[in-house]
Write a protein that binds this ligand. Structure first.
Ligand SMILES: [Zn+2]
Length: 230
């Protein structure tokens, strides 16, 4: 990665400063971020004073309902926005609802603190969200993965919580299992079209090989020509 010159500046300035909407939409829980537009000054007549209340920007989130099934605008339905201070973190919930189907909700559990009174900026930490954070997994992908669905979804959950290495281990297991599924299908075809025995044996030994790259080396010469594209 090139972080010389201008890029370096950008990395420094861009480090961890987000708009609240970007933060809520795209950051998994458990990482503190500087937010440029965390609060706004509002007059509360019941308190007879001005307060810094948390902003509740419109969000674009995936709505899984039958009516929507895609990205939709969600709006905050809290009765009143929680008030923030600069002394300490305020722990709060924001509830959002899909503006299209009026049915799907998303709840964020946050810790938030403003930098200074009457200033928009501050820090925010996502304690959690319900339904859990994560881009939707296309149903076609789930179908394709077949029996490895549960392992794949475990990897997905790790990834969504920023646990990259954990995710990697699950995904690797999926890839290895898929390798064997694909090779088994190739063997079925090979037997049907009468490929020579040695090739079928080679494919079978590729299934037994635990090292992925070795298995591919073994398999690549044994794959029947009719299955090759160009
Ligand atoms: Zn919806």
């Amino acid at each position: 990665m090139d972080i010389e010159g201008e890029d370096k500046q950008e990395v420094k300035e861009g480090s961890n400063v987000l708009t609240l909407a970007d933060f809520l939409e795209s950051i998994p829980p458990n990482q503190p971020f500087k937010i440029s537009d965390l609060s706004k000054i509002t007059y509360r007549s019941n308190l007879a004073r001005y307060v810094d209340e948390i902003c509740t920007p419109e969000l674009q989130l995936h709505c899984p309902s039958d009516v929507c099934n895609g990205p939709r605008f969600f709006r905050c339905i809290n009765q009143s926005a929680p008030i923030l201070t600069q002394q300490s973190y305020k722990f709060l919930y924001l509830t959002y609802r899909c503006s299209n189907c009026q049915n799907t909700t998303k709840v964020f559990s946050l810790a938030a603190q403003i930098d200074e009174e009457k200033e928009a900026s501050g820090e925010c930490f996502k304690l959690g969200e319900l339904p859990p954070f994560g881009p939707p997994t296309p149903s076609r992908l789930i179908t394709l993965i077949g029996p490895d669905r549960d392992t794949f979804l475990k990897g997905r959950r790790c990834e969504n919580q920023g646990l990259g290495i954990g995710a990697f281990i699950y995904y690797r297991r999926v890839v290895e299992n898929q390798k064997n599924r694909i090779l088994s299908e190739i063997i079925k075809v090979s037997e049907k079209i009468g490929v020579k025995k040695a090739s079928i044996e080679a494919l079978k030994s590729a299934i037994d090989e635990t090292q992925f790259s070795k298995a591919l080396t073994i398999a690549k010469d044994a794959i029947p020509e009719s299955l090759l594209i160009n």
